[in-house]
Design a protein around this ligand. Structure first.
Ligand code: KG4
Ligand code: ZN
Length: 339
């Protein structure tokens, strides 16, 4: 079964063709980073306008790279939310129009639980090593930080969420404070390799004992206070030390809470996904923890951790198998609690 996945929930226009919920025959992502960089964050109106320009070329490229025509596609999976409503509506309206004109069935997908399905994807020629269900999933991105128990492909239970900033948002804000550019996660990751993680002892916000919720605004404010207190402005070495110390604090919390969630649910497998799962220190620390605790860990390659259409197609495949085909009333669901 060939599924065309379409993703426009935020600032990436993405499309992919995935076979049987696993084999990514193509995955095309058109990034808008250069458009939003000068504003230090995403400007929703610019994002939706760019999606309108890019949606047709991106879908055409995904079909061509997979070596198929639209009539070879068995189902269209499209992001319904959560995300920016103007952005979601571009992909959703396009997908509905294609479905209406071709008769190809359509299904609406939750972007956050689609992130966990990146763990089921494989590239052509790569071995198939899907995680065992049920598993705990840590989804850390620019918009969300969530722990959930994925019970079946299409059923999940939320275990914890951020109460304020998302992890990626905190990385981006720190990078902005340090004048490093946008998006900042990958820049902080790179500079942290040259820094000392113990240079600035940022508090780890664990909240109540055993809580699976997150809070990142406190570390961000602590970093802001440190940066504003530096006179003269921080040199390269100090910037690297701040990056390393901040990253270590955030990673400590993400790793520890993931382990708590595994223990609380009795699951044997852990999946990490979302843009922050590209972080090299987080990947390293999760791997160490999984080995020490005997947990099966699955972290998709970076191109499937950050926003992409293949993860949408992978989850969509299982929704079609469950008979969840939508009609033309399919609408955007900008907030998570709308699902
Ligand atoms: O999943 P994603 O591509 O989009 C959203 O759904 O938000 O995640 C983007 C986020 C950004 O905040 C970006 O700074 C962060 O992921 N990110 C990273 C790294 N690469 C991307 N954060 C920390 N370390 C990285 N290497
Ligand atoms: Zn995402």
């Amino acid at each position: 079964m060939l599924i065309l996945g379409i993703e426009t929930s935020c600032d990436d226009t993405a499309a992919a063709v995935v076979e049987d919920g696993a084999l990514a025959r193509s995955s095309v992502v058109s990034s808008q980073d250069s458009i939003h960089a000068r504003y230090g964050g995403i400007v929703p109106e610019l994002a939706s306008r760019r999606h309108i320009e890019m949606i047709i070329p991106v879908v055409d490229e995904a079909l061509a790279a997979a070596g198929v025509k639209i009539n070879d596609i068995d189902g269209i999976a499209v992001t319904q939310g959560p995300g920016l409503v103007g952005s979601i509506l571009v992909g959703l309206s396009f997908a509905k129009a294609v479905s209406l004109s071709t008769g190809i069935p359509i299904t609406g997908v939750n972007h956050i639980t689609a992130h966990t399905h990146a763990a089921f994807l494989r590239e052509p020629g790569a071995p198939d090593a899907p995680p065992d269900l049920p598993f705990v999933a840590l989804i850390a991105s620019g918009g969300h930080t969530t722990l959930l128990l994925q019970e079946t492909h299409t059923a999940y239970r939320i275990l914890g969420q951020t109460r304020d900033d998302a992890a990626g948002e905190a990385f981006d804000k720190l990078a902005k404070l340090l004048g490093l550019g946008y998006p900042g996660g990958a820049i902080i990751d790179r500079l942290a390799k040259e820094g000392l993680a113990t240079a600035f002892p940022f508090t780890r916000p664990y909240l109540a004992k055993g809580s699976l919720d997150f809070s990142f605004s406190g570390i961000k404010t602590a970093a802001m206070t440190v940066i504003k207190g530096l006179d003269p402005a921080p040199d390269h070495k100090t910037v690297c030390d701040i990056a390393a110390s901040f990253q270590e604090a955030a990673v400590d919390v993400l790793v520890k809470k993931s382990l708590w969630a595994v223990k609380a649910t009795g699951a044997r497998s852990l999946v990490a996904a979302g843009g922050v799962a590209c972080n090299s220190r987080l990947r390293e620390r999760l791997a160490q923890a999984a080995t020490a605790e005997g947990i099966n860990l699955s972290i998709p390659p970076p191109r499937f951790c950050s926003d992409n259409g293949a993860m949408i197609a992978a989850l969509g495949y299982y929704q079609f198998k469950d008979g969840r085909t939508a009609d033309m009333t399919l609408n955007a669901v900008p907030a998570w609690d709308g699902f």
